[in-house]
Design a binder for this molecule. Sequence first.
Ligand code: UD1
Ligand code: MG
Length: 464
Amino acid sequence: MTANGNGGALSTSSAIVLAAGKGVRMKSSTPKVLHEICGRPMIWWVLRALREAGVSRAMLVTSTENDAAVRAIADTIPDVEFDTVVQAEQKGTGHAAQIALKELKPRDGTILIANGDMPVVDGPLFRSVIAACDTLTAVAMVTAKMPLPSNFGRVDRDGDLVTRIIEARDCDPEELAIDEMNAGIYAFDEGALRSVIGELRPENAQGEFYLTDTVGLLAERGDRVVPVLSDPQLVLGVNDRTELAKARAAINQRLCEHHMRGGVTIVDPARTYLEPDLTISSDVVIYPNTSIGGATLIARGTRIGPNCRIYAATIGESAQITESVVLDSTVGAHVVVGPFAHLRDGARLGADVQIGNFVEVKDSSLDAGVKARHLSYLGDAEIGENTNIGAGTITCNYDGERKHKTKIGKRVKIGSDTMLVAPVKVGDGALTGAGTVVTKDVEPGDRVVGSPAKSIKKTPQVSS
Ligand code: UD1
Ligand code: MG
């Protein structure tokens, strides 16, 4: 029997994450654990779950190819002290664990070991397996019932205890029929693990050192191996692109459910794509085929979609955005955008602005009540309140070398098809006729037409 120093206490928990595998089945030049899921690399989700579980330090086993990237990802997770160790040659999960254990100072207590390719895992599952590794237990391991056929390792039991794990490729037909799988999450008594880790041999179908063989070695000598049965959805392993899609769908569903519980209507969660850093107020409605990412903030009562892409945006109350793209931009209350509009790179829309079809706004501020409802490009512009931008208006902001500003005052009427050749200013209350090419500043209240623009405002009569 093995004595466990801390009885599964969470405060002193440390962990090893195995993330060095090549991911051959992904058929990718990107290392497996760096593949993107809902706006984050796969491994980020696992590390975040460790933090949620209260793990205080973790050793990440990386490869030469992904070490720098994995370190950078770990740096974004607060509260957990991460170290990495490179496994230069991938000789199996047991070999990866050996390398990590060599780096860590031996200590009494529980050590969590988790595969890095199971992004759907959550903190409570990690906590429950750590808690199951009590003073009488050598290892607690997460298992799940899954439909057959499956590539997961099979869990061989004797009553309530596990006797060994058999990799699918090493199973005989009878073993292949077992439907309880090894999830790849283990809480070991560290002393017990260290006592058998040197005994692994690569005598199996893959010629690798299997971490899973430690279970059989411990059980054989009479130690307790306790299964912790989990929801199979939480332990989806990602080895190829079909499993990547399944894991993404599961995480996306979880993100959608979080916001729906917060009072957001999501018409079709399976066709709404969310990232983890969103703040969405209650009574927002999201229509299908919409993706929302970055640190986007959406105020109450707003309707978004269908067919929108929103990233790093701040959107005010009761706005309506339809079939449009909004990137790095701010949208005020009651604004209407779309269909088919593109706001990007610092577009700033005040309250009640209306942006219609085929209008692009880039790095420009449109004050309250501005309307640009058809076919325009507004770049590097400042537009005063209640100004109307006619169909086909273009700010000609680029002279081939540099970008220039267009400043349009309040209550201006810009006629259809006006070209504003920047740098240029149009004063408050001015008007441009259809097809005007504005190359010089227009005075407040003036009316200009033609190419180049000429004033047609009558000069006041001077009485004698
Ligand atoms: C592993 C388990 C299997 C389990 C499944 C759950 C072993 C031998 N098998 O199989 O029982 O059902 O996970 O998903 O452990 N890795 C390294 N270095 C290596 C090899 C792998 O760090 O040399 C890492 C991988 O990056 C991955 C994890 O270990 O994150 C698991 O490796 P993988 O090759 O995906 O194992 P599976 O075949 O999925
Ligand atoms: Mg795997």
